[in-house]
Design a protein around this ligand. Structure first.
Ligand code: 9MR
Ligand code: ZN
Length: 578
C-alpha cells in the first residue's frame, strides 16, 4: 500500500524522454513554456455523446445564458437556459452547466449557445461507446511484446524483445527463453505488480459485464479460436506473467532492460530484457507474488469453462505463489543499483496479501484463505474503501470476498458492502460539487489522475452492484464524460476517440513510427499537480486540472499505461451494458 517515495526520478528516464526524434523535440524545445490553457475551447462535453436513457450534461466556460440542441437537419431538438455560474476550484474556471437530459431520441446533434458558439457533432444512441470499448481493449494487442503486431493503418511492428536473461539480482544467471506480455506503458518494460492489477481489472470486467465482452471482436491473431477475443487478448499477458514464477513459487518483480531505451520502435530496442529480483535471498518479492496469486486465482475462474487445463494451471500457480508469500510476507523491492527502469516500489504488501486471500477464497472456498482474510481484514467501521490502484489493492480483496456467493462465515460481507456504499456516496458528493462533475478532489490530480478517475468509476460500479443506486451509475458515467472531453481543455484523453483527442502520448511506438496520429485507444495519464519530468516542470503552476500538457516528453502527465486503460475498459464495458 505504501509507495516508495522516489522523488529522485531516474536520470535515464529523463534522457529517454529527451531522445524523442530530434526534429520533433527540438522544434518543441524551441518554444518557451508550453501553454496549458491553449487547448481550451468554450464547450466541454463527451465528444462521443450520450446514452439515450442517461443524464446528458455539458459544461460551458464564458457568458452564454441559453442554448439550443440542433439535429443533423439543423432543426431545434431542445432549448433551454444554462445553470447558474459557479467557480470550479480544480480548474480555476467559472462554469455553467447545460442539461439536455430531456433529449432521448437517437441521432446526431450539435450544442449551440446564444453566444453563437457550437460544439462538434455528437451522438445520442445506445451504441455510442461501442467503438471506444473496442479500441481501448484492442490497444492491449498494440502493447504486445514478443510477437509481431498489426493493428492496421500502419500501426505495426515485428516481434520485439526476444532476448532475455537473468539479472544477478534474480538469484539466477544466464539466458532465458521467455517472451510475451504487454509493454507496461510508453516504455517497453514489463512489471508483475502492474501487469497483475491491470489484468485482474480486465478480468473483473469480464466477470461483471460478460454479455457485452463475449461478443467484442478485436481482430487479433487468435480471433475465431476457442476463446472469446477478450479472453484471448488477456491470456497473452497471463502467459508471460506465468513465466516469472520461480520453481519455489515466488515471483520476480519485473522483466526490463537495465535502463529505458530511447524513443525507438520496439523491434529496434535490442537491449536484453532481464528478469530482475531483490538482489538477496529470497530474490522474489512479496507484492509481486501476492498480486500474481490474486490474478491467477481470478483467471482460474474466468477460463475454466473454455479450457479447464489452463484454469487448473493458473490455480496451481496461484496456490504456489500464495504459499511462498505466506513464508515471505515482507520482502519489498527496490531497483538494484544498475537498474533505472520503473520501480513500482511498495513498502507494504499486506494489502496484496489480503487481495490474494480474497480471490483464492472466492475461487476455491478453502478455509486457509478465509482464515487469513478474516484475520487480516478490518472489522466493521475499520474497513476503509477507496479506489484501488497498483499500490493499493485492498479494495479488490474486500470486493472479491463480498462478491463471492459463498457462505460468509467471517461475517464481513455486509460491513464491506456498507463501507463501499459509503465511499461511493462520497464520490457522488464530489461529483456534485465541482463544475465538470467528475469525482476527483483536488488532491486526486496525481501521476495517472485519469486512471484515478477510472478506478473511482469502478468503485461506483461495484457499489452499484452491491446496492443499486442510479446516482452511482451517473457519477461513474460523469467520469467517462470527463475523460472524453468534459474537462477544462475540451480534450478527449483517449487517442483516436472523439473529435478532439490528444495527439502526443509519451508512447514510444506513437513517437517513432513516422505516422502523425498516435496508436489508437490509449488513455493519457492526465493532469498531475506535481510535475515530475523536465517538460512538465516548464508549466506555470495552475489549478490541478490544468497541470497537463499534450507533449510526448511530459511523461508524468501524458504517458499511457496498461493500468490506466484497464479501468477505462471496465467503465466502457459497464456503459455498453446499460
Ligand atoms: O504509475 C506510476 C506512478 O504511480 C508513479 O508515481 C510513477 C513514478 O514512480 O511511476 C508510474 O509508473 C510508471 C512505471 O514506473 C514505468 N512505466 C510507466 C509507468 C507510468 O508512468
Ligand atoms: Zn517488446
Amino acid at each position: 500500500m505504501m509507495r516508495r517515495r522516489d522523488f529522485l526520478l531516474s536520470s535515464a528516464r529523463s534522457l529517454a524522454a529527451a531522445a524523442v526524434g530530434t526534429t520533433f523535440l527540438s522544434s518543441r524545445m524551441a518554444v518557451a513554456a508550453p501553454d496549458q490553457n491553449a487547448l481550451a475551447g468554450t464547450i466541454a462535453l463527451n465528444q462521443l455523446g450520450y446514452l439515450p436513457s442517461q443524464p446528458k450534461m455539458a459544461s460551458v466556460r464564458g457568458n452564454a445564458a441559453s442554448f439550443v440542441i440542433r439535429s443533423a437537419k439543423n432543426a431545434v431538438a431542445l432549448q433551454g437556459k444554462l445553470g447558474e455560474a459557479r467557480a470550479d476550484a480544480a480548474s480555476g474556471d467559472t462554469l455553467r452547466s447545460v442539461d439536455f437530459s430531456a433529449l432521448t431520441k437517437p441521432g446526431s446533434y450539435v450544442l449551440e449557445l446564444d453566444t453563437g458558439e457550437r460544439s462538434d457533432a455528437f451522438q445520442i444512441g445506445r451504441d455510442v461507446y461501442h467503438d471506444a470499448l473496442r479500441l481501448a481493449m484492442r490497444s492491449y494487442y498494440g502493447q504486445r511484446c514478443g510477437c509481431a503486431v498489426d493493428l492496421g493503418g500502419g500501426y505495426a511492428h515485428p516481434a520485439c524483445h526476444m532476448s532475455a536473461g537473468y539479472h544477478a539480482s534474480s538469484g539466477k544467471s544466464g539466458a532465458l527463453q521467455n517472451h510475451g506480455g504487454w509493454h507496461d506503458a510508453g516504455d517497453y518494460g514489463r512489471y508483475i505488480v502492474n501487469a497483475a492489477v491491470s489484468t485482474a481489472t480486465l478480468l473483473w470486467a469480464w466477470e461483471l459485464y460478460q454479455p457485452v465482452l463475449k461478443t467484442l471482436g478485436l481482430q487479433i491473431p487468435e480471433s475465431g479460436g476457442k476463446l472469446p477475443d477478450y479472453l484471448a487478448e488477456i491470456r497473452w499477458n497471463l502467459d508471460w506473467i506465468l513465466t516469472l514464477q520461480d520453481d519455489d513459487g515466488g515471483v520476480w518483480h519485473k522483466q526490463t532492460s537495465l535502463q529505458f531505451c530511447g524513443f525507438i520502435m520496439p523491434q529496434a530496442d535490442t537491449l536484453t530484457s532481464y528478469v530482475i529480483g531483490t538482489g538477496e535471498p529470497a530474490y522474489k518479492g512479496t507484492c509481486a507474488s501476492a498480486d500474481f496469486a490474486a490474478v491467477m486465482a481470478v483467471a482460474a475462474r474466468c477460463y475454466g469453462s473454455y479450457d479447464s487445463e489452463y484454469a487448473k494451471r493458473c490455480l496451481d500457480a496461484a496456490r504456489k505463489a500464495w504459499a511462498w508469500s505466506v513464508k515471505h510476507p515482507d520482502v519489498t523491492f527496490h531497483n538494484p543499483p544498475d537498474v533505472g527502469t520503473g520501480e513500482y516500489g511498495d513498502t507494504d504488501c499486506a494489502d496484496e496479501m489480503l487481495w490474494a486471500a480474497g480471490e483464492l477464497w472466492r475461487t476455491t472456498g478453502d478455509d486457509e484463505y478465509e482464515k487469513f482474510f478474516a484475520s487480516a481484514a478490518g472489522k466493521g467501521d475499520e474497513i476503509k474503501i477507496a479506489a484501488p490502484d497498483w499500490s493499493g489493492v485492498s479494495p479488490l480483496g474486500y470486493w472479491s470476498y463480498a462478491l463471492s456467493e459463498r457462505k460468509d462465515a467471517a461475517g464481513l460481507r455486509s460491513a464491506i458492502q456498507q463501507a463501499t456504499v459509503k465511499a461511493a456516496e462520497s464520490l457522488v458528493a464530489n461529483s456534485n460539487s465541482n463544475g465538470y462533475d467528475n469525482t476527483l478532489t483536488e488532491t486526486d490530480y496525481v501521476w495517472g489522475s485519469n486512471g484515478v478517475a477510472g478506478n473511482q468509476a469502478l468503485l461506483l460500479l461495484v457499489a452499484n452492484h452491491f446496492h443499486p443506486d442510479s446516482s452511482f451509475v451517473h457519477a461513474a458515467l460523469n467520469n467517462l464524460h470527463y475523460l472524453l472531453g468534459r474537462n477544462c481543455f475540451s480534450l478527449s484523453w483517449v487517442t483516436q476517440v472523439g473529435t478532439r483527442s490528444f495527439q502526443h502520448p509519451h508512447h514510444r511506438p506513437s513517437a517513432a513510427d513516422g505516422i502523425t496520429a498516435p496508436w489508437p485507444g490509449l488513455l493519457s495519464g492526465g493532469p498531475n499537480r506535481r510535475p515530475a519530468d523536465p517538460v512538465a516542470k516548464t508549466l506555470a503552476m495552475a489549478p490541478p486540472m490544468r497541470m497537463y500538457v499534450d507533449d510526448s516528453g511530459a511523461y508524468s502527465m501524458n504517458e499511457i499505461a496498461i493500468n490506466w486503460n484497464a479501468p477505462l475498459v471496465f467503465l466502457l464495458a459497464a456503459a455498453n451494458s446499460l
